[in-house]
Design a protein around this ligand. Structure first.
Ligand code: NAP
Length: 159
């Protein structure tokens, strides 16, 4: 399953590189291996150790878009301990944001642009559908067990 996911990221979604964080012992050296020239821009959905590893591997004047800290939600004892020395000396800019910040002015443009990309095959949509109201608990728990691929949907009834 896990190596299939790496193949999916590279072959179907078109990422240049991908790895499975669950198989890596030291994320700092993993990122160094995949980004030998350093990281300029990091979109953070994860927080925790992944964020620390990214900051260690950032280039001078690197930028981080802080979207979410899913590792904190799953394991609240493992907060990020990112190196502020790195942040300062490399002049890294970290900017948090909420999608609702953009809900009024660019939402309609986003919807039509996304629709066009999907229709043109430039954006790939992955959905994991489970069926029936009785599947809600396992669908929800599966989000935290690495069992889900793509947007999780529970279909309650056929239209
Ligand atoms: N800023 C905003 O406005 C905004 C809005 C919506 C969502 N978010 C954030 O965006 C992030 C993604 O949301 P989502 O709905 O796409 O979540 P999701 O469907 O539950 O997916 C979470 C992903 O994170 C991976 N993951 C979990 N723990 C990880 C770790 N320690 N290291 C690396 N990867 C890890 C999971 O992989 P496995 O399943 O293999 O563990 C899964 O692929 C979340 O942090 C969420 O809070 C932010």
């Amino acid at each position: 399953m896990q190596s299939c996911l790496v193949d999916l990221l590279k072959e179907k979604l078109g990422f240049d590189e991908a790895f499975n964080y669950k198989e890596e012992k030291d994320l700092k050296s993993t990122l160094q291996r995949y980004f030998p020239q350093g990281i300029d821009i990091y979109f953070d959905n994860v927080g925790g150790e992944m964020l620390d590893a990214a900051v260690t591997n950032m280039n001078t004047f690197g930028r981080i878009a802080a979207c979410g800290v899913i590792s904190d939600y799953i394991n609240s004892e493992k907060h990020s301990a990112l190196s502020m020395v790195d942040v300062i000396y490399k002049r890294i800019m970290i900017q948090g944001f909420l999608s609702s910040d953009f809900s009024t002015d660019v939402f309609n443009d986003f919807m039509s642009m996304t629709r066009d990309y999907i229709l043109a095959g430039k954006l790939c949509v992955l959905e994991g559908i489970s069926y029936g109201i009785e599947s809600i608990p396992s669908a929800f728990v599966g989000l935290f067990r690495g069992e889900n691929v793509g947007k999780k949907i529970v279909q309650i009834a056929k239209e």
